[in-house]
Write a protein that binds this ligand. Structure first.
Ligand SMILES: *[C@@H]1O[C@H](CO)[C@@H](O)[C@H](O)[C@H]1NC(C)=O
Ligand SMILES: *[C@@H]1O[C@H](CO)[C@@H](O)[C@H](O)[C@H]1NC(C)=O
Length: 495
C-alpha cells in the first residue's frame, strides 16, 4: 500500500478524526452549525415527536397473502472478506412493495441491518485543501457523492468535491464578496482495498469543463458522478452545466467520461427536448451495452452508445413526452443498477417530497432500494420504503442547504456487492460528507421479491404513478403532522 502523507493513517481511525477538525474547518463548520441551530430552533418544535408509524393498511392492496418476515442475517456469516461493519449499526424491518400489472401486489417486510463502515470525510476535504492555493481561506470544501465500483480486488472511488461558498454567496445574501473564483465542483478519485484502506493517493481528475462565472447560479464543474463498467471499459457518468445552443442558455447535460481513453461524450436523445437540467440518470449494463433508467415512474429507459453519446428510448411509459413534475415524481435515480441474478438488477434510489405545511417548499429526502427486471418486460419489480438510519449518524454534520432541506438525509450514488447478502452504498450525508453505507439482509429480500414476481407472471409494468404512489404513502405515513405538495396528482389513486 502506498503512503499518503499521513492520509493513510488518518483513515484507520476515521471517526475520531471527524472530531479532530483543524481550527480552520471548525470555524467553517461552526458557521454552518450556527445557521442550522437558528433553523432548528425555528422549525424543529413543529416536527418533534414524529416517528415512523408504518403504512396505513387501507392504502395497501394485499393479494395472495404472501407476507414474509425474514430472519435477521448474522453479521459476517457469509463473507470472509468483511471484517468490520463499522459504526451506527441499525437493525430494522424494511417494508417494500412488489408490483404487478397495473398495481401494487403486496408488501414484504424484511429484516435488514444498516451500518456505516467508512467515512471519506474529513480526509478528502483535508487532502484537497492542500491542493488549492487559497490564501484568503475563501473555499469551503465538501467531499460528497462517492461513486464506487470494484476493479479487481480494489474499490475505485470518484467523489464530487463541492466548493460550497459559491452557493452560499447566492443564497445567503450576507456572505461577503468572494475575491477568487474557481469551478464550483471537481472530481476527486482514489483507490481503496476491500477494507476501505487507501491504496493510492487521492487526486483531482482533469475533466475540462466550461466556467459559468457569468451566471448568478454558477454550478459549474462536473457534478454527481456514477461509475459504470460497459463491456470492460469504465465510464464516469455525470452532468455539467454547458451552453445549449438550442435553448440559448446554460443547461445541465449528461456526459460520459471514458476512463480508458480519457475522452468525453455528451449524451443526446434525438427528437427529445431535454429538461433545463438532466440529472440522476441511473446507468446499468445489459449484455455489454449501456442503458439508463431515465425515470423510474413513469418508467423510461434509454439505451446509449458510449462511443457516440447517441441514446434512444427503449421503454417510454410517458407517451406524451410529459415534463418532469417536481411535486409528483418522488422516486428518482441514485446509484447504478447492478445485475444480481438474471434478469433482476438492484439499485438505490432517492426520493423527494415537498412540504406544504407547516412550512412550505422544503424537500424531504430519503433512500430506497429498488429491484428491476430487464426481461421479458423491462420494469420495476420492487421498491422499498425509506431506509432508516441512526439519528446519531444523521446528525453528525449539519445540512449544507438548510434553506431547501429540513431533515438530515442520505443520498446514494454508488453501489457494490460484497456478497449475495450485503451491498455497500456510496452516499453522502446532508450534501455535506461522503460515506460508505452497508446494507445487510438483501438475500431474503430479493428472493421473496423474485418469488412474488414470478407468481405474477413477470409480464407487465405497474401503471404510471403506482410506484410513486406507494413511495408517497410511505413518506406521508412517516410524517403525519405535515402536508405535502402534489396531492392533486394522487387524489384518484386513493393515497
Ligand atoms: C441478453 O443476453 C441474454 C443471454 O444471452 C439473452 O437471453 C437476452 O435476450 C439478452 N437481453 C438483452 C436485453 O439484450
Ligand atoms: C464488447 O467487446 C467485444 C470485444 O471488444 C466486442 O466483440 C463486442 O461486440 C462488444 N459488445 C458490445 C455489446 O458492444
Amino acid at each position: 500500500m502506498e503512503e499518503d502523507q499521513g492520509g493513510a493513517c488518518e483513515t484507520t481511525d476515521k471517526f475520531t478524526m471527524l472530531k479532530q477538525l483543524t481550527r480552520l474547518q471548525r470555524w467553517k463548520y461552526g458557521r454552518l452549525l450556527l445557521l442550522v441551530i437558528c433553523f432548528i430552533l425555528s422549525g424543529n418544535l413543529l416536527f418533534r415527536g414524529l416517528t415512523y408509524q408504518g403504512i396505513p393498511s387501507t392504502t395497501i392492496q394485499k393479494e395472495g397473502g404472501i407476507r414474509k418476515e425474514s430472519r435477521l442475517i448474522e453479521s459476517g456469516s457469509h463473507d470472509t472478506g468483511l471484517v468490520d461493519d463499522g459504526e451506527f449499526a441499525h437493525a430494522q424491518t424494511l417494508a417494500g412493495a412488489v408490483f404487478k400489472q397495473h398495481a401494487m401486489s403486496d408488501e414484504l417486510l424484511t429484516k435488514v441491518v444498516v451500518s456505516v463502515p467508512h467515512s471519506f470525510s474529513p480526509t478528502t476535504e483535508q487532502t484537497v485543501a492542500k491542493m488549492f492555493s487559497d490564501d484568503l481561506n475563501e473555499n469551503i470544501y465538501h467531499g460528497i457523492a462517492p461513486a464506487i465500483t470494484w476493479a479487481d480486488d480494489e474499490i475505485i472511488v470518484v467523489q464530487r468535491l463541492w466548493l460550497v461558498q459559491f452557493e452560499h454567496s447566492v443564497y445567503y445574501k450576507t456572505e461577503k464578496q468572494l475575491r477568487n473564483t474557481w469551478h464550483e465542483s471537481y472530481f476527486y478519485t482514489q483507490k481503496f482495498n476491500k477494507n476501505y484502506e487507501p491504496t493510492t493517493k487521492g487526486e483531482l481528475m482533469g475533466i475540462p469543463v466550461p466556467s459559468n462565472s457569468q451566471f448568478d447560479y454558477r454550478s459549474d464543474g462536473p457534478m454527481d458522478p456514477r461509475l459504470i463498467w460497459v463491456n470492460g471499459t469504465l465510464y464516469v457518468s455525470f452532468h455539467i452545466w454547458i451552453w445549449d445552443d438550442k435553448d440559448k442558455a446554460s443547461r445541465g447535460r449528461m456526459h460520459l467520461w471514458n476512463c480508458q481513453e480519457n475522452s468525453i461524450k455528451r449524451l443526446n436523445v434525438r427528437d427529445y427536448d431535454f429538461l433545463v437540467v438532466e440529472i440522476n440518470w441511473a446507468p446499468l449494463e445489459i449484455n455489454g451495452s449501456l442503458y439508463y433508467i431515465y425515470t423510474l415512474d413513469p418508467f423510461r429507459v434509454l439505451k446509449c452508445e458510449p462511443s457516440t453519446g447517441d441514446c434512444h428510448f427503449v421503454v417510454n411509459d410517458s407517451p406524451d413526452n410529459n415534463r418532469f413534475e417536481y411535486n409528483r415524481e418522488h422516486l428518482r435515480g441514485g446509484s447504478p443498477f447492478l445485475l444480481y441474478k438474471w434478469p433482476y438488477y438492484i439499485g438505490m434510489a432517492h426520493s423527494v417530497i415537498v412540504s406544504q405545511t407547516p412550512k412550505e417548499n422544503f424537500g424531504i429526502y430519503n433512500t430506497h432500494l429498488v429491484i428491476i427486471s430487464v426481461e421479458p418486460t423491462f420494469r420495476i419489480v420492487y421498491v422499498s420504503a425509506q431506509i432508516q438510519f441512526k439519528e446519531k449518524f444523521l446528525n453528525q454534520f449539519p445540512i449544507a442547504r438548510p434553506y431547501a432541506q429540513m431533515r438530515p438525509f442520505v443520498f446514494p450514488v454508488g453501489i457494490i456487492f460484497r456478497n449475495d447478502d450485503v451491498i455497500d452504498v456510496g452516499a453522502h450525508l446532508n450534501d455535506n460528507s461522503g460515506y460508505v453505507i452497508r446494507l445487510r439482509g438483501i438475500r431474503t429480500l430479493v428472493r421473496d421479491a423474485i418469488a412474488l414476481d414470478k407468481h405474477h407472471g413477470r409480464r407487465s409494468r405497474p401503471s404510471p404513478l403506482v410506484v410513486n404512489g406507494y413511495v408517497r404513502s410511505r413518506l406521508k405515513s412517516a410524517n403525519r403532522d405535515m402536508t405535502f405538495k402534489g396531492e392533486e396528482f394522487y387524489k384518484d389513486l386513493g393515497h
